[in-house]
Design a protein around this ligand. Structure first.
Ligand code: NDP
Ligand code: RET
Length: 539
């Protein structure tokens, strides 16, 4: 399907999403070890996404390469060199950083390096500003929402103009005064030791990943405010989540701005929780989204909300009860009759901690809904996915798969049943299904990946009174559904995953799969048993 290219996604992401603008730039988590290590690392059909974009990404998504961040990252090396400039030895672009960090914040004046010469102003500043103009980097810093003192603003602009042919004139009525806290000869700047501490942190994320507000919050002792990156004691006027702990809990975010205009996506269980947020994100990107749910009233309410918010009227509700194979077949027939394409199938719906119960077809509820229901749905929709290739299947599994085993001798839990374990088994089945499916789909341009969304504050724990209360009490330490949807969205849209298949992700990066989840024999056996149970032939 031809995809248009646009400059930016209109508003697919909340403001801080760009912080992780290239999820793939993060260091990948532990690669799969053991028997299938190499394969697991590369996936049967593709390369690990980390750091590399697929060349054919354009065929999937319409977003062009993102523009460089307004403030160039400052790496440890550069800053160290910048610091050495204090002694007057260095002469490279790092000096521009030194002016902002070392020199600006330092007690001693940094001399413009002799080697740079008069004509090397750009080099001296390292910010790309034309000769004589105020430093762009400083300007950006100052316009980043920080509540700097007038003295600081003036001094920063002056400092950055030094080495050029003229100084930036001070704003009218501004007088340079001594910094609060004293110790510095430079008005508005903190004492030298503060600059040194910045230098020492040069390799840390805090300094090396500078980005304009709100992508980094700085360190703050107070909640709701953040500090100026040059630590001049200014505080941002804009609000940030109060504790960095919350940011840790929130986990990885999908930084892709890929548009999905003209694409069709089916999401199961999208009337609430992670599924609903996934549907919202895909709708925001322009996809035609089919919300496949068992409760039509709840699904309609969710669809109305998404339509109103995203202005995308192509959010459609269809009935699907994964606990009933007849309903699954009806859904598939109706879908295939009405939709000529399917690019994204997100098998998201799930149940957890159900008291012992069976589906309409007599399967234990966890296995029946979480695994067999999605297995059958995928089987029925696969031809359409192949016809619409490149297309993707995303299976929402869980970290809980680590506790699972496929108990072939008692798949329906008739001999012994533990509802926690039953959930784990079904999530392991999701991982194994993904693995085997990816293998069988090689060469079709249909990919299949599984994921753990994180621990998310959703309705998943509804069957357990204790868990419901724990979830409420500790909600601060759980992801919001939007945060939980990030890895699903990542797997569904990220350009760099175009040809990645058979992988397992968490927090928008590859994650460790349990040894049982890497067992190809079990995967194959589960595939065959599932086909038998469902009465289908799927080679
Ligand atoms: N929340 C978490 O911490 C984690 C969640 N996950 C996985 O994420 C996925 C989404 O869970 P989450 O959003 O948290 O949970 P929710 O309970 O909020 O959402 C689950 C969705 O699945 C639907 N569903 C349940 N049973 C059926 C069925 N028989 N037929 C059709 N739809 C059904 C629900 O519909 P209805 O509202 O009508 O019941 C609901 O829309 C699940 O697969 C879960 O295992 C994985 C790890 C952690
Ligand atoms: C230990 C513990 C917690 C964490 C629970 C976690 C991490 C649950 C993960 C569940 C998953 C992965 C479910 C779905 O697949 C709470 C409730 C925050 C607080 C109480 C103690």
């Amino acid at each position: 399907m031809a995809m248009g290219r646009t400059g930016h996604c209109p508003a697919p992401l909340p403001p801080s999403a760009a912080r992780t603008r290239a999820c793939a730039m993060r260091r990948p988590a532990l690669p799969d070890r053991g028997t299938g290590a190499a394969q697991a690392e590369r996936g049967p059909g593709g390369a690990l996404p980390a750091g590399s974009r697929s060349r054919s990404a354009a065929s999937w998504c319409s977003a062009p390469p993102r523009p460089a961040p307004p403030i160039a990252p400052i790496g440890a090396g550069r800053l160290l060199r910048a610091r050495s400039v204090r002694g007057g030895r260095g002469a490279d672009g790092a000096v521009g950083d030194a002016e902002l960090l070392g020199r600006g914040a330092g007690r001693r004046r940094v001399r413009a390096p002799r080697a740079a010469g008069g004509g090397a102003l750009r080099q001296v500043r390292g910010c790309g500003a034309p000769r004589g103009a105020p430093c762009r980097r400083a300007k950006r810093l100052l316009s980043g929402g920080w509540r700097h003192t007038k003295g600081f603003r003036a001094a920063l602009l002056r400092r950055c103009a030094v080495g050029g042919s003229r100084l930036e004139p001070l704003p009218r009525g501004v007088r340079l005064s001594r910094a609060r806290g004293g110790g510095s000869r430079w008005p508005g700047f903190a004492p030298r030791r503060r600059a040194d501490s910045i230098g020492r942190r040069a390799g840390s994320r805090a300094v090396s990943q500078w980005q304009p507000w709100p992508h980094r919050s700085g360190r703050s002792g107070r909640s709701g405010v953040s500090r100026c990156p040059v630590r001049c004691r200014a505080r941002s006027r804009r609000r940030v989540p109060p504790l960095s702990c919350r940011r840790y809990v929130a986990g990885g975010r999908c930084g892709s701005a890929a548009r999905l205009d003209g694409k069709v996506a089916v999401i199961t269980g999208a009337n609430t929780g992670i599924g609903k947020e996934t549907a919202r994100e895909l709708a925001r990107r322009g996809a035609r989204v089919i919300i496949a749910c068992r409760d039509i009233a709840k699904a309609e309410a969710a669809a109305r909300e998404i339509r109103a918010e995203t202005n995308n009227q192509e959010v459609i509700v269809k009935k699907l009860d994964l606990a009933d194979t007849r309903s699954i077949r009806e859904f598939a027939n109706s879908f295939l009759a009405e939709e000529k394409e399917l690019h994204i199938l997100i098998n998201n719906a799930g149940v957890m901690l159900c008291p012992y119960s069976k589906t309409a077809d007599g399967f234990e509820m966890h296995l029946g809904v979480n695994h067999l229901g999605h297995f059958l749905l995928t089987f029925l929709l696969l031809e359409r996915l192949k016809q619409s290739a490149p297309s993707r299947i995303v299976n929402v599994s869980s970290l809980a798969h680590h506790g699972g085993r496929i108990r072939f001798h008692d798949l329906n839990g008739e001999k012994s049943y533990n509802r926690g374990l039953a959930y784990c088994h079904s999530k392991l089945a999701n991982v194994l299904f993904t693995r085997e499916l990816a293998k069988r789909l090689q060469g079709t341009k249909v990919t299949a990946n599984a994921l753990h969304p994180g621990s998310v504050h959703s309705e998943l724990v509804r069957h357990s009174f204790v868990m419901t209360w724990l979830w409420r009490i500790f909600s601060f330490f759980l992801k919001t559904p939007w945060e939980g949807a990030q890895t699903s969205v990542y797997c569904a849209v990220a350009e760099e995953l175009e040809s990645v298949t058979g992988q397992y992700f968490s927090d928008c990066r590859p994650a460790y799969v349990s040894p049982w989840g890497r067992d190809d024999e079990t995967a194959k056996k589960l595939w065959n048993v599932s086909c038998e149970l469902l009465g289908i032939q799927w080679d």
